[in-house]
Design a protein around this ligand. Structure first.
Ligand SMILES: C[C@@H](O)CC(=O)SCCNC(=O)CCNC(=O)[C@H](O)C(C)(C)COP(=O)(O)OP(=O)(O)OC[C@H]1O[C@@H](n2cnc3c(N)ncnc32)[C@H](O)[C@@H]1OP(=O)(O)O
Length: 706
């Protein structure tokens, strides 16, 4: 069997231990490595000619991506998982206990168990490459660092920094890592191995003391101060997770107990908590999302089609969406963009949007001003169709007006090349209707972004009947280069995300009109696990946008999409939401966050908030509408699979990730149970709750989606 670890000896007495998992693109830690590593450690200990050890990856651009998540999936019981963690502790403790200096030479991803492996080495040096990132992202999988990270990290970089890393799962760049003391040096990759060897030859070095503020020194230096840190962290995670994610509290407990009772006790607590988390339903759901997104990355979006390379893009419209699309195209995809707008104002908005994003990076020292300016140079602007002939793709982000979009199609067919893709960022108009103006409909596609474009990971790629497979594949690849997670959906009013969102929002509106307060509605759905409540979301998206989309959906999809008539009064009172500072919430002149509910909205709607219903019941009414419509979208072929439906809902509207997405959640609830709930509401509140046929069939067959 091919080995993963290869030990070579240099004349200067430094041994190089190269990790290279056969047949895999990334190194990951697997249980079966235990005996191989123990054998190598025994060999090293018995060979007095070895004066030092350097650990390096044999992979081109990654160190170690963590424990093999598939291995964790294979754990059937908590004791299986605990054994894995304990095995990791034994191996890493043995590595750390070597009397010779051990240096980790890191290039590329050094994450999770990979960083824990590096922490068990006496020193660490990493490359200054953009691909090099260090972190402990286990919390994003509903886990915690189970290879000693909860103990070694705080002792190396301090409690506050370690908690921040473990509770967010953030990736640390090389310079940041050096500054916080996570690595001892940062060098070009060309001299990474040589530097590591020199560090080993120089012998063990105590880690440089991490510079801490006086306040931090006092807080971390006394048990009273440490308790303040832990209590504050606990309060923050409770507020953020609403009790829906068990991992953060367990991370805090591992650190707290380890610092108070010593590393050995800390490791015992870590192994126990890690084990419970591996078999938790939350982690199972989060791991399924990781595998789903990884699987999707390999798909072109159109069977058998290969994407064309996009060397230049044109964005029509420099407004909020156009500016965002242009920004992610230059800053993420690093593709030259020409923004066309009818006014200079629109063009300057697009430039300002990109500059503001990039300048944040400069201020955070992630980027130099020169790098910012080089990326800004990729964006040019025009009020006429000049310099667009060689565009490979044009993304239109103009008003939701079919005639205007038809004009755009004709303009682009006249001004650009025969292969140029026309991608519409429409949020509701069927692509087939937009394509009616095209002489080359095979080049017309939907590419629906979500606002704010630089933050929302999802895009919907909408193919109409005549869209060519190559157009689909090229658009999917283009979105991926922008850092997006694209799902290919079929043409139809509202596509997928806005369609399931519309019924969820309508139900919230019904509850509001029944006398539930705005705060209560929003709090109930945040407690359920959404990032923001439905009323806040309506203010963010725009009450006018919602009002425009609803009739389109109702016309094509039926009565159930009819929005409550009372909501027209809001527009009559010029309430558009955040965009014009007047909606359900008050908006101060400069405040980014909505202040308080604008109580006058109740008068506009002609309602008076009554007694609030149970929060779970409020959430359930809104969520089951979304679940039922998600299944209808699968039934109608709008989405290709439950997997795409889960990813679309999570990445598009923040459906609670710990539930795995609508389809995973229906499996958890049980189709029969969901049908029973829907039918209950149907008898009380009307036909909008009627379960779709697919759900009723699944209920009868006790079927599951996964
Ligand atoms: C001991 C405890 O602390 C427990 C842990 O360590 S839990 C694991 C913690 N690590 C992570 O969460 C990292 C997960 N991986 C990633 O975030 C990304 O893969 C990456 C940032 C490392 C690289 O991203 P990218 O360059 O986009 O590559 P892919 O995501 O497509 O991955 C390439 C292939 O590697 C497989 N893979 C990556 N990480 C893991 C992992 N931890 N376990 C199992 N497999 C992993 C991924 O599935 C791809 O496989 P393929 O066969 O090539 O499709």
């Amino acid at each position: 069997m091919e080995m993963t670890f290869n030990l070579t000896r240099r004349d200067d007495g430094i041994a190089i231990l190269t990790m290279d998992v056969p047949g895999e693109t990334m190194n990951t830690l697997k249980a079966q490595f235990g005996p191989e590593i123990s054998e190598i450690l025994a060999e090293i200990k018995s060979d007095s000619s070895i004066r030092g050890l350097v650990l390096i990856s044999g992979k081109k651009d990654s160190f170690v991506a963590g424990a093999d998540i598939s291995m964790l999936d294979a754990c059937k019981t908590a004791s299986d998982a605990k054994a894995l963690s304990q095995q990791g502790h034994v191996v890493f403790n043995e590595l750390e206990a070597l009397t010779i200096p051990v240096v980790a030479a890191i290039h590329g991803a050094c994450l999770g168990g990979g960083l824990e492996l590096a922490l068990a080495c006496h020193q660490r040096v990493c490359s200054d490459d953009g691909k090099t990132m260090l972190g402990v992202p286990e919390v994003q999988l509903g886990l915690l660092p189970g290879g000693g990270g909860t103990q070694r990290l705080p002792r190396l970089v301090g409690i506050t920094t370690a908690l921040d890393m473990m509770l967010t799962g953030k990736q640390i760049r090389p310079k940041q890592a050096l500054k916080m003391g996570l690595v001892n040096d940062v060098v070009p990759q060309t001299i990474l191995l040589q530097t590591a060897v020199e560090m080993a030859l120089a012998g063990k070095r105590a880690p440089k003391p991490v510079k801490k503020s006086l306040v931090n020194q006092v807080l971390e230096g006394t048990s009273f101060g440490r308790n303040i840190i832990f209590d504050q962290a606990t309060k923050q995670v409770e507020k953020k997770t609403q009790g829906n994610y068990p991992a953060p509290a367990k991370i805090i407990d591992c650190v707290r107990q380890g610092i108070a009772k010593g590393m050995q006790k800390g490791l015992e607590v870590e192994a126990s908590h890690f084990a419970e988390l591996v078999v938790s339903k939350e982690s199972e759901a989060l791991r399924s999302i990781f595998f789903a997104t990884t699987e999707m990355k390999k798909e072109t979006g159109a069977e058998g089609a290969s994407p064309r390379k996009v060397k230049k893009a044109v964005i029509l419209g420099g407004g909020l969406m156009g500016g965002g699309i242009a920004s992610v195209t230059t800053t993420k995809a690093k593709i030259p963009v020409r923004v066309k707008d009818i006014s200079e104002k629109g063009l300057s908005n697009a430039l300002a949007y990109a500059y503001k994003l990039l300048d944040k990076g400069v201020k955070r020292r992630h980027m130099t001003p020169a790098a910012r300016d080089n990326l800004m140079a990729l964006m040019t602007t025009t009020t006429e169709y000049k310099g667009v002939k060689d565009a490979d793709i044009v993304v239109e982000a103009v008003f939701e007006d079919l005639a205007l979009k038809h004009q755009m199609v004709k303009d682009i067919e006249r001004e650009c090349g025969e292969h140029t893709i026309f991608a519409s960022n429409t949020s509701s108009l069927p692509i087939s209707q937009i394509a009616e103006a095209a002489t080359r409909p095979e080049n017309v596609i939907g590419l629906h972004y979500f606002s704010p474009v630089e933050k929302m990971p999802l895009v919907e790629v909408i193919a109409h009947a005549k869209t060519s497979p190559e157009t689909i594949a090229t658009t999917v690849a283009f979105a991926r280069k922008q850092g997006k997670t694209p799902i290919v959906v079929q043409d139809g009013a509202g596509f997928y995300v806005n369609r399931i969102l519309a019924l969820y929002m309508n139900e919230a509106a019904q509850l509001l009109l029944e006398g539930q307060s705005v705060e209560h509605l929003d709090k109930a759905l945040v407690k359920f696990g959404f990032p923001v409540g439905p009323i806040t979301l309506l203010d963010e998206v725009g009450i006018d946008v919602g009002a425009k989309i609803s009739p389109i959906l109702e016309k094509e999809l039926g009565e159930r999409f009819k929005a409550p008539a009372a909501f027209d009064k809001l527009l009559g009172d010029d309430r558009k939401g955040r965009k014009n500072g007047k909606g359900f919430y008050q908006y101060g002149a400069s405040s980014k966050k909505a202040k308080a509910v604008d109580e006058s909205v109740y008068g506009v709607l002609g309602i008076k908030p009554g007694t609030n219903k149970d929060a779970k019941a409020v959430a359930e009414r809104c969520v089951v509408q979304m679940l039922n419509e998600a299944v209808r979208c699968l039934e109608d072929g709008i989405i290709a699979s439950p997997r795409d439906g889960d990813i679309g809902a999570i990445f598009g509207i923040g459906f609670p990730p710990f539930l795995g997405g609508p389809f995973h959640y229906i499996d958890t609830l049980g189709a029969a149970n969901l049908v029973r709930i829907l039918e209950g509401y149907q008898s009380q509140l009307g036909s909008r709750f009627e379960p779709c046929e697919r759900l009723k069939t699944m209920a009868q067959e006790n079927a599951h989606f996964f």
